[in-house]
Design a protein around this ligand. Sequence first.
Ligand code: AMP
Length: 214
Amino acid sequence: MKNIIFIAPPAAGKGTQSDLLVKKYGYEHISTGDLLRAEVASGSEFGEEISEIMNSGRLVSDEVVTRLLENKLSTVSEPYIFDGYPRNMAQADILENLLKKLNKGECTAIYLDVPEDEATRRSTGRLSCPKCNRSYHKYNEATRPKVEGKCDDCSADLISRDDDTEETFRKRYQTYVENTSPLLDYYQDKGMLYVIHNPIDPNITLEEIETVIK
Ligand code: AMP
């Protein structure tokens, strides 16, 4: 199985696809957003600083995020899903060097191409489990929880993210366009990019992903 780098606007379904790939193929899901949220949840002063940046829709510094990524990488084995990293060109260089240094296998970059209005709609219906991190979507029949507000796997009360308000979402989307979308040309030029246009049904999207990771 190839390692995966997901590139997509916020709320495009990276978390949902990651959950499916973890379950079916044992991928290690490395989400820098989750690593940062764990830091925030620890209640440290550093976590508070990070929380302000995240809730403003901007990017946390490359140095902080890379440190968290490196720590995580040292505890897990391939195949990996990189969800939310790299998010700019500097991080793409860092990741390439890191994987070379660690002598890791091939990556494929998968772009979930979701238009802005659809991503906005999805962000407002997004829910996640604070215990096991599983993602849900209350407006999507395939990914809504079986019991309203409860996790299918561990029955915990589902929560929505602090940065999924419409105002913060707009800023996050703008940050994505400015900083992250240039990565599409970068990976396209390297022959590493696979595009999934307007992914709607999570199971069909998974089947498409399966054609490129095997
Ligand atoms: P996500 O869960 O991937 O949507 O990330 C939530 C927030 O965490 C983002 O809006 C950023 O503020 C921050 N973040 C996550 N990953 C990165 C990254 N690779 N570089 C900088 N900031 C990040």
